[in-house]
Design a protein around this ligand. Sequence first.
Ligand SMILES: Cc1cc2nc3c(=O)[nH]c(=O)nc-3n(C[C@H](O)[C@H](O)[C@H](O)COP(=O)(O)OP(=O)(O)OC[C@H]3O[C@@H](n4cnc5c(N)ncnc54)[C@H](O)[C@@H]3O)c2cc1C
Ligand SMILES: NC(=O)c1ccc[n+]([C@@H]2O[C@H](COP(=O)([O-])OP(=O)(O)OC[C@H]3O[C@@H](n4cnc5c(N)ncnc54)[C@H](O)[C@@H]3O)[C@@H](O)[C@H]2O)c1
Length: 467
Amino acid sequence: MADSFDAVVIGGGPGGYNAAIRLGQLGLKAACIDKRGRFGGTCLNIGCIPSKALLFASERFEEAKKEFSKIGIKAEVALDLPGMMKHKDKVVGELTKGVEFLFKKNKVEPVVGEARIVASGRIEVRGPDGAVRTLETKNIIIATGSEVMPLPGVAVDEECIVSSTGALALKQVPKRLLVVGGGYIGLELGSVWRRLGSEVTVVEFLDRITPGLDGEVGKAFQRILAKQGMTFKLSTKVVGVEKAGDVLKVAIEPAAGGAQETLETDVMLVSIGRRPYTEGLGLKEIGVTLDPRGRVVTDSHYKTNVPGVWAIGDCREGAMLAHKAEDEAVACAERIAGRAGHVNYDAIPAVVYTAPEVASVGKTEEELKAAGIAYKIGKFPFTANARAKTIAATEGFAKIIADAATDKVLGVHIIGPEAGNLIAEATLAIEFGAASEDIARTCHAHPTLTEAVRQAAMGVEGWTMQM
Ligand SMILES: Cc1cc2nc3c(=O)[nH]c(=O)nc-3n(C[C@H](O)[C@H](O)[C@H](O)COP(=O)(O)OP(=O)(O)OC[C@H]3O[C@@H](n4cnc5c(N)ncnc54)[C@H](O)[C@@H]3O)c2cc1C
Ligand SMILES: NC(=O)c1ccc[n+]([C@@H]2O[C@H](COP(=O)([O-])OP(=O)(O)OC[C@H]3O[C@@H](n4cnc5c(N)ncnc54)[C@H](O)[C@@H]3O)[C@@H](O)[C@H]2O)c1
């Protein structure tokens, strides 16, 4: 006899585990399947969490080495890389256990094994011991996430040619690290290893790093990273790599074609994006439509073309971010429970956790120009913010873009200390349809970094007071 459920979620990442928890909260009988053996998906196991643990620790290391003396602290600092990795592993262990606790609390059944949909409403799960269990369910949510996009002709060995997974677990600090792709992963993990002592070169195909960012912010970001010691080779592609003993010889050439050059490196990180992961799931067999990029096609309520089959997170269209997956999870679970779940894609923040952090929500200037929307801008530099001065972190600025006619906030872009936390206020403003004047006339505590956002909002109407 097959076990039967109201909904079974395939994938235990931020999409999957949040969907299962919300289903449980809404009183539905739910199970969540993951083959990894530990819940939390890419994010908790090999993504957001371990990378942020290493970003935090490496930032403290560099700060202690280079910045403490500027604020009156003398310190002898030495790197304990195994200790840093232990910190990372401990955080990952605690948070993944936390998901199991939340499943228990919300009566979600965790199932460990590889799932395959054999028919609409029927899933087979092959457990670690090879035993196959069949689950019957009214609804299936596909939340199988994404995997590393391979670079043609380059085989990742996770030792000297690594993906983000290998770059989170290097046994020693490479003398030279070549990063292919100047996006989120390349710049975050490149920063980690630069701080710990590597010479980092970023090879980026386009003529700018982090292409989705507001152009002005992107330029400032590159300038700051270059000042920190990262080298950039823009409009350049990797065309081949050869191992010569312990050294990698990497052939690069201009993106538009031209003369080849060879760079030597000790470790190469391939971070050119991620692609949806639905291998072996049986989607073709049951007729679920995928788009040309392999993403599961759904309507705006996360329904696929097969009745009772839904999809959320990295495996469908949109930004590959944990909180986007989480929001879709909640909306999808609520739809399954007969409620009105909805996601506002204009109010999904994005954060690069470098130092300074870069955070944005809503539209960039480039997007507004392309759409022909007239806008006004307010900007405020952290050099003029009192709190930024006290914490000796004055690089960057806050930028608010508002509709020229209505003053509605359309986009907020921040590069600076704690930008990832500061963006929450802007996200709420966009979600509530606020005007820039609403932010400008809201009292902000002094001295805080949030005052920079307020002063930028004042700047939209030209009355920034502290600059
Ligand atoms: C290095 C790195 C850093 C990142 N940092 C951030 C960050 O700071 N902030 C942020 O928002 N995002 C970050 N991301 C992106 C984030 O991890 C993803 O957007 C997020 O994990 C997507 O969630 P998901 O639930 O869609 O899929 P995933 O988290 O990928 O989870 C899918 C799960 O499904 C399981 N699965 C797949 N197929 C099957 C099957 N057939 N049977 C059973 N189980 C299956 C997989 O084992 C996996 O555990 C980062 C990613 C990486 C790689
Ligand atoms: N802080 C965060 O939220 C965070 C952190 C890490 C990862 N992520 C997620 O994971 C996803 C994957 O990260 P990523 O950094 O691999 O992808 P990305 O899309 O952020 O960046 C990839 C970069 O590689 C470049 N590129 C593509 N092909 C190339 C080639 N052949 N040679 C050189 N450059 C090339 C692209 O132009 C782009 O700048 C991100 O899109 C993001 O959604 C998020």
